[in-house]
Design a protein around this ligand. Structure first.
Ligand code: MBD
Ligand code: FE
Length: 279
């Protein structure tokens, strides 16, 4: 608690905390929550902590989406932000050009190769040649590297820079819809509330550039069955980008591939940092 308080304006905390506690008391009172039930709640939260699922709990209760919306309200001319989620890993490998964020592994043959490209600019369209992208996503079958024993460490993750004109491209595979972990307390909460655990296919982006606010966002693809029914409710229509299929053998050969592949374009505009805007 001490660490938390240190980071928060204590006057603000003094205003919010009593109201938050009052809200909980009101629910307990209006439903006549029993001692046994309250102990079950505390046991549940203890499990959430032990299994490191507080971020996931925030996500599945759609609290993360709410906080994201409030934090970025009214932003225009920039790429919309989105929830970070619990699956980011610090210090992913730096990937040199031509950027490829995965290694071949057993099972990857079942997926389709995807090249994602675009330009990183400031809100006014000027290129940000010093921008760094940090990507993470699930493989084409199975989830994130940390759960998929076939995948090498940090597979489908990576950091890399952009070109002089802000342009970037990386090779990955088309992600598929997948279920968030269901074997812990967040999964039990979903089940108890009749909510399915599926998320639409997505690619996570963290993008940083000097003088600009860090952008954390996700990209989605059309025709995904869970676009309107994401278990964490994080889909923004402005973050859906089409996948283009390339059938030509010649094009595939030029990319060093033996099968058709996909491309997807995602341009990224960052918000100038407050201090830079004033200067
Ligand atoms: C995910 O893969 C994710 O992206 C989020 C935001 C929450 C849970 C699982
Ligand atoms: Fe994710």
């Amino acid at each position: 608690m001490a660490d938390v308080v240190k980071n928060v304006d204590s006057e603000r905390l003094a205003r919010i905390l009593p109201e938050a506690i009052r809200a909980i008391h009101q629910v307990i009172e209006s439903h006549g929550v029993t001692e046994e039930e309250w102990m079950a709640v505390l046991g549940f939260l203890t499990e959430v902590g032990k299994q490191d699922e507080f971020v996931l709990l925030s996500d599945v209760t759609k609290t993360s989406v709410l906080v994201d919306a409030i934090s970025h309200e009214g932003e225009t001319d920039v790429t919309p932000s989105d929830v970070e989620g619990p699956l980011y890993r610090e210090n992913p490998p730096w990937r040199e050009k031509p950027v490829k964020i995965y290694e071949e592994y057993e099972g990857a043959q079942k997926g389709d190769v995807l090249f994602v490209s675009g330009r990183v600019t400031s809100a006014d369209g000027s290129p940000l040649s010093g921008a760094v992208l940090d990507i993470w996503q699930t493989g084409p079958d199975g989830g994130y590297d940390i759960w998929d024993e076939r995948q090498p460490e940090y597979n489908f993750r990576g950091r890399f820079g952009v070109d002089e004109d802000g342009g970037y491209e990386f090779q990955t595979m088309v992600p598929k819809p997948y279920t968030i972990p269901t074997d812990g307390p967040a999964g039990r909460l979903l089940e108890a509330s009749g909510q399915h655990p599926w998320r639409p296919a997505h690619i996570h982006f963290k993008v940083e550039a000097e003088g600009h606010e860090l952008l954390v966002t996700q990209v989605f693809f059309p025709d995904d069955p869970y676009l309107d029914d994401d278990t964490i409710g994080a889909v923004k229509s402005s973050l859906i980008r089409p996948l283009t299929r390339h059938e030509s053998e010649e094009e595939s050969a030029r990319r060093g591939l033996e099968a058709p592949f996909y491309t997807c374009e995602f341009d990224i505009a960052l918000k100038p940092a407050m201090s830079a805007a004033r200067a």
